[in-house]
Design a protein around this ligand. Structure first.
Ligand SMILES: C[S@@+](CC[C@H](N)C(=O)[O-])C[C@H]1O[C@@H](n2cnc3c(N)ncnc32)[C@H](O)[C@@H]1O
Length: 351
């Protein structure tokens, strides 16, 4: 049995939140400060397989126990989700005590992977698809690679506004592009997702896990998630294929309508590909775009490198996501930048 690297685990807890999050998330900040100095918490994290050795997995496991109705955790996390937690320091001490009494609450969930599905990215997809389809296609197919729970396959079901209008489904996005959002989006003929570990909003366990991975103090994201779960049954149907991107891409194309343009999209996924898979994916898609009626939208961290696509450092420092668009018959081009959760969007005017 290799020795556990507790020092590495301590650092992971210490750097789990960005500095600007500390004020916004007093409960998670206090909890992480306790976990970082707690030998059981260090051991639990150090035991996790390296690709998932992320403090968010431990936090999500505790949140999951609360969502399952744990007597002490349930009320604490409920208050946090509803902006009513009055004593975050005291609450985090209770969470730590519970974890010591019942370490299996965390230990039993470490097989999972932290997984989210960010609907805010639909605000970005609407804009880029709107730009792509201008004057040409009135119908499209979409293939969402790394679709998670498939929420962004229904990108066209969300209202997008500059300001919050109280509707939990509204995506608030400061759109700095010249794209006219009042124009109708193209009709979507087929919606196909690919993911090696797809989550299903119909399944209670998947729903609870997706919710557990959201930070409890982000009330708006919880409200939106609950509204999506309630609305999903009335949204258009989608097909999700289980498997890795390059394994299932051809199968996904088989499910599309060949008379319409197919838009392939990946949002915060390619970072998880091996170098070989990323290069294979890039080659396959660039070729399809050149030769077929296919477009490709990539919205990824600037740490994801695509051949021939530059990243400018200023944007990287803002932690933004890079949007690369490939139009049918063309090669991939930088299109713009957006907030990782779609809170703002800008288009590059000079390619
Ligand atoms: C950070 S989540 C992003 C999910 C979604 N695209 C979004 O924007 O909310 C990354 C997703 O990529 C999936 N994924 C990881 N490796 C993959 C691969 N090789 N091929 C396709 N999807 C993959 C994961 O299972 C996970 O659902």
């Amino acid at each position: 049995m290799p020795e556990l690297d507790l020092d590495d685990a301590r650092k992971r807890y210490h750097f789990a939140l960005a500095p600007e999050d500390y004020e916004r998330l007093p409960f998670y900040s206090a909890l992480l400060a306790l976990l970082e100095d707690d030998s059981l918490a260090l051991e639990l994290l150090a035991r996790v397989r390296v690709e998932q050795r992320n403090p968010m997995l431990i936090l999500a496991a505790l949140h999951l126990a609360a969502l399952h109705g744990h007597e002490e955790l349930g009320p604490i996390y409920w208050s946090a989700r509803h902006g009513q937690l009055e004593d975050p320091d005291g609450a985090s001490r209770v969470v730590l005590e519970v974890m010591h009494r019942s370490p299996e609450l965390v230990g039993g969930e470490l097989w999972r992977s932290t997984q989210t599905n960010e609907p805010g990215r639909s605000a970005v997809l609407q804009a880029v698809i709107g730009d792509l389809a201008l004057g040409s296609a009135s119908s499209i197919n979409v293939i969402d690679v790394g679709t998670s729970a498939g929420i962004n396959l229904c990108f066209d079901q969300f209202p997008v506004h500059e300001r919050d209008d109280g509707n939990p489904l509204t995506l608030v996005c400061e759109d700095l592009t010249p794209i006219d959002r009042s124009k109708a989006l193209p009709r979507v003929l087929a919606r196909v997702g690919i993911d090696p570990n797809p989550l299903d909003l119909e399944r209670i366990d998947d729903r609870l896990w997706l919710k557990a991975c959201l930070w409890p103090e982000e009330s708006r994201r919880h409200e939106r998630f609950d509204a999506i779960v309630a609305a999903r049954a009335s949204w258009p149907a989608a097909t999700v294929l289980t498997g890795r991107a390059t394994e299932r891409l051809d199968d996904a194309f088989e499910l599309t309508d060949p008379t319409a343009m197919t838009v392939v999209m990946n949002t915060w996924v390619a970072f998880y590909f091996s170098d070989e898979e990323r290069s294979d994916y890039f080659d396959k898609l660039s070729r399809r775009c050149l030769e077929e009626n296919v477009a490709w939208i990539s919205v990824e961290s600037p740490l994801t490198k695509w051949p021939g696509i530059e990243v400018d450092d200023a944007a990287r420092h803002r932690g933004a996501s890079q949007i690369v668009l490939t139009r049918p018959g063309s090669s991939p081009r930088r299109w713009g930048w957006c907030h990782a959760h779609g809170r703002w969007l800008e288009q590059i005017t000079t390619p």
